[in-house]
Design a protein around this ligand. Structure first.
Ligand SMILES: O=P(O)(O)O[C@@H]1[C@@H](OP(=O)(O)O)[C@H](OP(=O)(O)O)[C@H](O)[C@H](OP(=O)(O)O)[C@H]1OP(=O)(O)O
Ligand SMILES: Nc1ncnc2c1ncn2[C@@H]1O[C@H](COP(=O)(O)OP(=O)(O)OP(=O)(O)O)[C@@H](O)[C@H]1O
Ligand SMILES: [Zn+2]
Length: 460
């Protein structure tokens, strides 16, 4: 009989973090079943959104879309379908050694209420306003805590583990012929960078990120190192560092606008627990360690392949979507294109099987563009002791570290979100294009906000 977490069990779970859809709690008790694990609990929006159907079952069209993967469609609830999606779709693509699909455990309503109450004050106010624990969930996910190294002894005082969490976002420029001429800028400027302009305009962020996903995915040491330098300067929700699961760098609130950093004492103290450097240049070695490990782990190569499943861009995939859900193609209508002979006819004339593949691949890629990676390090105590973990030698200080590299947040994106993806894509590009225009006017003596101006000047 499966164990059901009860009200009293809430004491053993502590707030770790959250995103838009899930609340994550870390285990702080002593039950061997949960030591080294986190709980991922689904939230439900306080506002009703037409794109948010996380808690309803798969739609008829989604069942068609994911039908070829055993188990997803047969799942009783969307939660189980999502877990199967991680197991059957994402694991084979990203490597089962890098993914823990987790196991589901039953929870009582009282447990959910008690944990929600317990973590309320630690949650960012805007996240509390946006969503609450879904009181109707009867099960939650138990997943490996990727910010620590599991040990049968629990975490001992002398064990230190540093981990970095990176949300890389999309790491390639699209080349699709279906991208409209007026949107050609998409082929030169990453969506991440253009999206920054929209976020700045809408007040979601107050400063443009210096991070460029193309650096991180470049595969070159200089590129990757540059990416991390930029992430240190403007981490936003793309970069965090933990020591034994406690945040020591970056924003815990998951807010996009996490910018004001002087690398403080907690971070300096934290890296000194793990990196031994007589010259005191621990930050420099930490940067080297993270750079080398990211390259050595090969995680970004795997991820890039997944992201590239988006081969024809949303400007192409949206046409396949409308046919699959048996709706008139809004885009062809808006553009005055004939579905069967116009610019998008190669997509409308595809077989159903091909259209399913286009949309499925687009959504898998969307998961790949939104997931995060966690890479954890601990000093290797003795090379004689066999370790199940991979290791990295930092030559500059002659120190060896065990590391493990994992992907988190591999959620299935709802099919209905295709329409939103198209709308957001167009909004991002048109905002960016407008800002370039405004910038040109500034050059001619008509002014807009200076920070936007310098941003545009930088990326044009
Ligand atoms: O569209 P994007 O690129 O803004 O990505 C969304 C993320 O925003 P950000 O990374 O801050 O730009 C957004 O992250 P935040 O809530 O801003 O931390 C979510 O990850 C969202 O996915 P979902 O709705 O939770 O499934 C993400 O939506 P998807 O596009 O991945 O569906
Ligand atoms: N397995 C894990 N090990 C350690 N920390 C984790 C784990 N899973 C999640 N976290 C922490 O909890 C935070 C929120 O988790 P997650 O990204 O899964 O939430 P989400 O709501 O699905 O996010 P999003 O807004 O991107 O959809 C992460 O940013 C990370 O710091
Ligand atoms: Zn069309």
């Amino acid at each position: 009989m499966a164990e059901v977490l009860q009200e009293k069990d809430a004491d053993e779970w502590a707030y770790r973090g959250e995103g838009a859809v899930n609340l994550v709690l870390a285990y702080c008790g002593s039950s061997p079943r949960f030591v080294g694990k986190v709980l991922r609990i689904q939230k439900v929006s306080n506002k009703v959104s037409k794109y948010e159907n996380h808690h309803s079952a798969l739609t008829k069209d989604e069942r068609l879309l994911w039908g070829k993967f055993e188990g997803i469609v047969a799942a009783r609830t969307r939660e189980i379908a999502e877990q199967m999606y991680v197991q059957k779709v994402m694991c084979p693509l990203l490597g089962s050694e890098h993914v823990d699909a987790g196991i589901r455990i039953l929870v009582s309503r009282e447990f959910l209420k008690a944990v929600e109450h317990k973590v309320l004050l630690q949650r960012p106010a805007w996240r509390v306003d946006a969503a609450k624990v879904n009181p109707l969930c009867d099960s939650v996910l138990v997943i490996a805590d990727h910010s620590i190294f599991p040990s049968v002894r629990g975490i001992l005082k002398e064990d230190f583990c540093l981990s970095v969490e990176i949300k890389p976002k999309g790491g390639f420029l699209p080349t699709s012929d279906f991208i409209a001429e007026e949107n050609a800028v998409k082929k030169r400027i990453t969506r991440f960078k253009m999206h920054q302009a929209l976020k700045l305009r809408d007040g979601v962020i107050s400063q443009i990120s210096k991070y460029d996903p193309l650096d991180l995915f470049s595969g070159s040491k200089d590129g990757v190192q540059n990416a991390f330098k930029s992430l240190f300067l403007t981490p936003q929700n793309n970069f965090r560092v933990f020591l034994n699961g406690s945040l020591i760098f970056g924003g815990m609130d998951g807010a996009a606008d996490c910018v004001s950093y002087t690398v403080d004492q907690a971070f300096q103290d934290g890296i000194k627990r793990v990196i031994v450097a007589k010259d005191g240049m621990h930050s420099k070695y930490f940067l080297e360690l993270v750079t080398e490990t990211v390259i050595k782990s090969g995680l970004l190569n795997l991820l890039l392949e997944v992201q590239k499943l988006d081969a024809i861009d949303i400007e192409g995939a949206i046409h396949a979507y409308y046919d699959l859900v048996s709706l008139p193609c809004v885009i062809c209508r808006q553009k005055g294109e004939n579905k069967l002979s116009g610019r998008y006819s190669p997509i409308h004339l595809m077989s159903k099987h091909e259209k399913l593949k286009v949309v499925r691949d687009y959504l898998i890629s969307a998961t790949g563009k939104d997931l995060s990676m966690m890479i954890s390090f601990r000093p290797r105590k003795s090379m004689d002791v066999e370790s199940p973990h991979r290791s990295v030698l930092l030559k500059s200080i002659n120190q060896t570290f065990d590391y493990k590299a994992s992907f988190i947040d591999l959620d299935m994106k709802p099919l209905k979100k295709m329409e939103y993806y198209y709308e957001l894509d167009q909004k991002i590009v048109s905002c960016y294009v407008q800002m370039v225009k405004d910038d040109e006017e500034i050059q001619n003596g008509v002014g807009i906000d200076g920070s936007l101006n310098s941003y545009i000047a930088k990326w044009k």
